[in-house]
Write a protein that binds this ligand. Sequence first.
Ligand SMILES: Cc1cc2nc3c(=O)[nH]c(=O)nc-3n(C[C@H](O)[C@H](O)[C@H](O)COP(=O)(O)OP(=O)(O)OC[C@H]3O[C@@H](n4cnc5c(N)ncnc54)[C@H](O)[C@@H]3O)c2cc1C
Length: 422
Amino acid sequence: MIVGAGYTGLWTAYYLAKADPSLRIVVLESETAGFGASGRNGGWCSALFPVSSRRLAALPGSSREAAIELHRAMQASVNEVGLVSAAEGIDCDYHKGGTVVLARTRVQLARARAEVDAAAEWGPGDLQFLGPDEVASKVRATKVLGATFTPHCAAIHPGKLVRGLAAVVERLGVTIHELTPVTRILPGRAITPYGVVRAEVAVRATEGFTPGLDGQSRVVAPVYSLMVATEPLGQAVWDRIGLADRPTFSDQRHLIIYGQRTADGRLAFGGRGAPYHFRSRIKPGFDDVPRVFKGLQKTLRELFDISPEFTHAWGGPLGVPRDWCASVGLERGVAWAGGYVGDGVSTTNLAGRTLRDLILERDTALTRLPWVGHRSRAWEPEPLRWLGINAGLRAMTLADVEERVTRRESLIARLMAPLLGG
Ligand SMILES: Cc1cc2nc3c(=O)[nH]c(=O)nc-3n(C[C@H](O)[C@H](O)[C@H](O)COP(=O)(O)OP(=O)(O)OC[C@H]3O[C@@H](n4cnc5c(N)ncnc54)[C@H](O)[C@@H]3O)c2cc1C
């Protein structure tokens, strides 16, 4: 039995049903399939993992080789999402055009070069440095001094992927019970207001919503990411700004931003900056922060020197573990996967295949990856958690201001890096 019908829950159901069609698999979902981050993300199906390879290699029992293996498995997951979507007829606008991260100040340029050098130690050739002319062949933005480029990212339509996956697993015989909230997960049992559901294994796939489960209030912190989307843009605009191969894009600022050109010709663009809410509360109103929406619109206008109409704005909670390290595991009848921070689109696929192997007791290359069985320590109790997370979010905004003023690498950002997966 799986709790949560987002990508984690549905990929797990998919791979289990494929591996053993005789299994009886039930997914319990408090709202509707895809209600969570899976139905409303930025659509970067990337090979990004929330902690650095260096940090992965330093985990207990891990090694440099194990960290590189995970990196390779992430790259393979990007392809796997595309292959399964094509094979199962899920039309999710998958297009693998890579990712361009722009450097738009001298400090950002130095950071881009340093990232390329660091990446070369863990996977030669994966991250390239592009000069301004090479960047212009992919995307034409303002103030560009250079960029990094990786081919390991596809742009997808998040809602189409999650709804398509839900339909596929139902076709495979999996039952999804929507509007069925689980209050507590115990070994082999899930408690709902309508009764107890029993199974050999209970899988927690609730990501940012996990603190709502009894006994799980400090496992991850729900941090909001917000997005805006433009009207479909005319050909003249695309001729000017490029993005013909639909690479996902960002820049080197500290407060994360991310964008994609959608298959229907819009710019979908998001970023952090919305507050964390006391006691990890989540409610629909928290998705709506006009200050952040306005900031995102301004940033996008400035990035491309365009003045589009904005037709959509939305957001949702990510799951952030205390050490930023996503994990997957199975212990005494309870399995889990999550803590992807903002990198769950492809990582959930890797989690689904790994949970299949763990549940079917297969010892595979996937079950030996260093994130398997990792336990992040619990978040601090309130009010420390509230103070710490909101201070961290504020620090990233200040780090960008600091860099603009001093034109030097931000000291604030350097001090924060160990707390943010770096
Ligand atoms: C705005 C935004 C942009 C993002 N952009 C990107 C991106 O571009 N690339 C990327 O890789 N990642 C991105 N992410 C993160 C990514 O979307 C998530 O990591 C991923 O979708 C997590 O999938 P999941 O299935 O684990 O969780 P979710 O999709 O959140 O699903 C959890 C499900 O569990 C259900 N649930 C929760 N509690 C219970 C309960 N008690 N009982 C029953 N059901 C329950 C919820 O209703 C939900 O449907 C973004 C996230 C957001 C919010």
